[in-house]
Design a protein around this ligand. Structure first.
Ligand code: SIN
Length: 176
């Protein structure tokens, strides 16, 4: 399956802030799902929701056979990648993926941004309480880490795909 439309556009699958912070032009937008990945707040954010001295935590994807991750897909012109690559520069890389566009479950090829365990900003697992605490106290040029988490939780509710990992962290944050 080709990642590229004949017209030079590409589908991008967003599962984190790309769901709710759309600061780029797109040609089409659809709710979408990918199989085999799960969200985790395991990526450090030195440039958006934290600082180099006090990084925040943002989501990446980890492999999870059979898991379904819902998000939003955007069909974008190739020129948009300059902006997206810059926005996702702190450890994320483009990864080719097959996604299912809702509601017709139409399969298309495209890309997503994933932060792998070997990138320098990767923080990895910690207890849910520790992750929530780090999110509660972090902020950076794009705003508070708290808003990142709560906006993501709200966006996933709107997609009718509440994510247990995200919801548990949001509940811990709100109970502080
Ligand atoms: C994404 O939203 O797809 C990538 C992670 C992020 O920017 O929050």
């Amino acid at each position: 399956m080709s990642d590229h439309h004949a017209d030079g556009s590409t589908w991008v699958f967003g599962y984190g802030s790309l769901i709710y912070k759309v600061d780029f032009p797109y040609l089409e937008r659809a709710t979408a799902a990918i199989v085999g990945w799960e969200r985790r707040f395991w990526q450090g954010s030195h440039d958006h929701r934290g600082t180099p001295e006090a990084p925040g935590r943002v989501v990446t994807l980890v492999r999870s056979p059979g898991a379904v991750c819902k998000g939003v897909a955007y069909r974008v012109e190739h020129s948009v990648f300059e902006h997206l690559d810059h926005r996702e520069k702190n450890g994320y890389e483009r990864h080719a993926i097959s996604m299912s566009l809702q509601p017709a479950q139409h399969e298309v090829g495209g890309i997503l941004y994933v932060a792998r365990a070997d990138n320098p900003a990767f923080l990895g697992p910690a207890s849910m309480a520790e992750i929530a605490r780090q999110i509660a106290v972090s902020s950076g040029p794009s705003g508070s880490n708290r808003d990142y988490l709560l906006q993501l939780a709200a966006a996933l509710r709107e997609l009718h795909d509440p994510d247990p990992h995200v919801n548990e962290l949001a509940a811990l944050l709100l109970s502080e």
